[in-house]
Design a protein around this ligand. Structure first.
Ligand SMILES: [Mg+2]
Length: 126
């Protein structure tokens, strides 16, 4: 499985990369530092999952999510955000996000959310 991590914080990218590489089913992790690069990568490449930060320069995570979905791309996207407000989460889900993770998180939470997202996708296609 190939995963894309999108976050403007290099520390956060490194943390997420490390956690993801510890998950057995994930064999490739790519990194992007803003929404614009993320949209290019997602629409060009074959990712099985995207972890998308919300607040980023150039293009925010929600803008990137909308651009990807607007292009008809159905790559599973999990929003990673410090914004715990329900309105924002509902906004993201309405815009086509598959799941969300609230920062700060533990590695266990990441693993759980990824597994839950993949399971729900499997259930949909079964
Ligand atoms: Mg950020």
């Amino acid at each position: 499985m190939k995963v894309l991590v999108v976050d403007d914080s290099i520390a956060m990218r490194k943390i997420l990369e490390k956690v993801l590489k510890g998950i057995e089913s994930i064999d490739e992790v790519e990194l992007a530092e803003d929404g614009k690069i993320a949209v290019e990568k997602i629409t060009a490449g074959a990712f099985d999952l995207v972890l998308m930060d919300w607040n980023m320069p150039n293009m925010t995570g929600i803008e990137a999510l909308r651009a990807v979905r607007g292009a008809g791309n159905k790559t599973p996207i999990v929003m990673v955000t410090t914004e715990a407000e329900k309105t924002r989460i509902i906004d993201a889900i309405k815009s086509g996000a598959n799941n969300y993770i609230i920062k700060p998180f533990t590695p266990d939470v990441i693993t759980e959310k990824i597994q839950a997202t993949l399971d729900s996708l499997k259930a949909k296609t079964a």
